[in-house]
Design a protein around this ligand. Structure first.
Ligand code: FAD
Length: 482
C-alpha cells in the first residue's frame, strides 16, 4: 500500500484529529509532515509571538509522534513544490489534512487540491477546528449571518457536535523516511531571547492544552460568568493560543464541559457561548474575506483616521498615561496575551480616543499575541471600532477610568504590570493625574517623569471622535453611497 502524507497545519495534536484518524484507518503507512510557508499567508504571515509558540508546539508534536515510533518531517514551503517533493521521495498516493479558513490559505489549498487530483493523487480534508463549519449554518434567507445571537441560535439547532476522537494507539510508518529539516533550522525562535515572560506564562503543546482545560473545568469554569471580566483573576480558560494552534479542538471542550462532573448546564452554556464567538468569527472571515483589511460596514471606509506615529508608539509601549490601558499593553508585551476586557479597553482607546485606525491595532496584536488568529482578531478589532458585524455602535466609547474602577477596583492588575504605580492606592491608581502632589510623592510617582501624564483628555477625545464619525457619515451620505 502506498504511503499517505499527513499534512499538519493548525491542528498540532493527536487527540480528536480526524485527518490522522482517517489515514490510520486506511491502513496506509503514515508520513506526518509540517511545511513552513509564511509567505503563502501574506499579508498575515505569523507574527513573532506566534512563531515562538509554533516552535514550542512543533517540538511537543515531534515528541508525541516519537512516542508512537513515528516522526515529523519538516520542510520549507511553498507548499505545492514541497508536497510534490515529498510525494516523489515517498511514493505517497494521497495527502490528508485538516481544513483552515483564512482566505489566502483557502486559495492555496484549493489550487493544490486541483493540481494533485489532476495528477492522480488523492486528497482528503477534514474539519478539526470548528464545531460548525461556515457553510453549514445559514439563516432563513440563506445569507451569512451578521448578528451573533441569531448565528449562535442557529448553531444550537444543529445536531450536537460529534464526540472527540481518541488518538490512535499505533500506526505504520513508511519503509524509508524522507529527510527532514531540524526544527531549529526554521528560525522560529527569536535571535535575541525576549521570550522569558512567555515561557513563564505558558506551556505550549497538546499536553499544556489538556492541562489548561483540566484546570479550567475543575476550578474556574463554574464561576466563569461572574469572574470572566476581572483581569486580575484567573476567571477565563486561557485556552486561546491552544485553540488557535489546534492543540485542542472545540469538540473536546464542548463535550468535557457538558458531561459528567461538569454537568452544570448554565455554566457550560455561558462558556460555550464564547466559543460561539470564535465560531462566528470564522463564519464572518469565510463569508466576508475582505474584512481582514477593509471595514465590513462601508460607511467607515473614509473615516478620517489620524496617522500619528508618536501616539501609536506610546500606545504600543503602554505609555499613554491611562493605567488600565498601559497595564494591558504591558501584559501583552510580556506574556503575549491580554485579558479580553482589557483588549476591548485598549482597542477602544486606540480607535476612539486616539483615532488611529483599527488596522494599526490589528497589526500590533498580530505581531505580539501568542493567540493571534485572523478570524478572532479581525472580529475583535472591527467590533470595537464599530465597523464590523454586530459591532458596538461607534458612539459607545469605553471610558478607561470607569472601566478600571469597575473591573480592577483595588488596582491589583495595574499594580502587577505597572510597578511605577505599585504604591498608589485606589482610587488614584485609576487616574493618577487627579491625585494631590502629596499622595503622588508618598507613592513615589512623578508624573511626566517616571509615569506619563495622559496623552489625551478622555472627554475631549471622545467628543472629537464623535464629531469625526458624524463628518464621515455625512460625507458618505452626500456622496450618495448609503
Ligand atoms: P475565554 O473567555 O476562556 O474564552 C474561551 C475561548 O472562546 C477563547 O479561547 C477564544 O477562542 C474564544 N473567544 C472568547 N471570546 C472571544 C471573542 N470575543 N471573539 C472570538 N473568540 C472568542 N482572540 C483570539 O483567540 N485571537 C485574537 O487574535 C484575538 N484578538 C482580539 C482582538 C480584540 C481587539 C478583541 C477585543 C478580542 C480579541 N480576541 C482574540 C478575543 C478574546 O479577547 C480572546 O479570545 C480571549 O481573551 C482569550 O482568552 P481565554 O482563552 O481565556 O478566553
Amino acid at each position: 500500500m502506498r504511503p499517505v502524507l499527513l499534512w499538519f497545519r493548525l491542528d498540532l495534536r493527536l487527540i480528536d484529529n480526524p485527518a490522522l484518524r482517517a489515514v490510520v484507518e486506511s491502513g496506509a503507512p503514515v508520513v506526518p509532515v509540517f511545511i513552513w510557508s509564511p509567505e503563502e499567508e501574506d499579508p498575515w504571515p505569523p507574527g513573532a509571538a506566534s512563531r515562538w509558540w509554533l516552535h514550542q508546539s512543533l517540538r511537543s508534536l515531534e515528541q508525541a509522534l516519537a512516542e508512537k515510533t513515528s516522526r515529523l518531517v519538516i520542510r520549507r514551503g511553498p507548499a505545492e513544490p514541497a508536497i510534490h517533493d515529498l510525494i516523489r521521495e515517498t511514493n505517497a498516493g494521497a495527502v490528508f489534512w485538516n481544513r483552515r479558513y483564512e482566505p489566502a490559505v483557502i486559495a492555496r489549498d484549493a489550487k493544490l487540491k486541483r493540481v494533485l487530483t489532476a495528477e492522480g493523487i488523492e486528497t482528503h480534508s477534514f474539519n478539526s477546528a470548528l464545531l460548525f463549519e461556515p457553510w453549514t449554518v445559514s439563516g432563513s434567507t440563506q445569507q451569512p449571518f451578521q448578528i451573533f445571537s441569531a448565528f449562535w441560535k442557529a448553531c444550537l439547532k444543529q445536531p450536537e457536535p460529534a464526540e472527540p476522537l481518541d488518538p490512535p494507539q499505533t500506526w505504520r510508518g513508511p519503509a524509508c523516511w524522507p529527510v527532514s529539516l531540524a526544527l531549529t533550522e526554521l528560525g522560529l525562535e527569536p535571535e535575541i531571547d525576549w521570550a522569558a515572560g512567555m515561557r513563564a506564562a505558558w506551556t505550549p503543546g497538546e499536553g499544556g492544552a489538556q492541562k489548561a482545560l483540566a484546570r479550567f473545568s475543575s476550578s474556574a469554569f463554574e464561576h466563569y460568568s461572574t469572574e470572566r471580566n476581572f483581569p486580575a483573576r484567573t476567571g477565563t480558560s486561557r485556552l486561546s493560543p491552544h485553540l488557535h494552534f489546534g492543540e485542542i479542538g472545540p469538540r473536546q471542550i464542548w463535550h468535557a464541559l457538558r458531561s459528567g462532573a461538569n454537568n452544570n448546564a448554565a455554566a457550560a452554556n455561558a462558556y460555550l457561548r464564547e466559543i460561539g464567538w470564535r465560531e462566528f468569527a470564522h463564519h464572518l472571515l469565510f463569508h466576508f474575506p475582505f474584512t481582514t483589511n477593509e471595514p465590513l460596514r462601508k460607511e467607515f471606509a473614509f473615516f478620517p483616521w489620524r496617522n500619528d506615529r508618536n501616539l501609536l508608539k506610546k500606545w504600543r509601549r503602554g505609555r499613554t498615561g491611562y493605567p488600565l490601558v498601559d497595564a494591558g499593553m504591558r501584559e501583552l508585551w510580556a506574556t503575549g496575551w491580554m485579558h479580553n476586557r482589557v483588549r476591548m479597553v485598549v482597542a477602544s482607546f486606540l480607535v476612539k480616543d486616539l483615532r488611529i485606525s483599527w488596522e494599526e491595532g490589528a497589526y500590533w496584536f498580530w505581531a505580539t499575541l501568542v493567540d493571534a488568529d485572523l478570524a478572532n482578531n479581525t472580529l475583535g478589532w472591527q467590533w470595537t471600532a464599530g465597523c464590523g458585524a454586530d459591532a458596538a455602535p461607534y458612539f459607545r466609547i469605553f471610558n478607561p477610568v470607569l472601566q478600571s474602577e469597575k473591573f480592577d477596583a483595588s488596582g491589583e492588575y495595574i499594580r502587577r504590570w505597572i510597578p511605577e504605580l505599585a504604591r498608589l492606592s485606589a482610587p488614584w491608581i485609576h487616574k493618577p493625574w487627579m491625585a494631590s502632589a502629596d499622595v503622588l510623592a508618598q507613592a513615589g510617582v512623578e508624573l511626566g517623569s517616571n509615569y506619563p501624564l495622559p496623552v489625551v483628555v478622555h472627554e475631549e477625545a471622545r467628543h472629537a471622535a464623535l464629531e469625526a464619525f458624524e463628518r464621515a457619515r455625512n460625507s458618505r451620505r452626500e456622496a450618495g453611497t448609503f
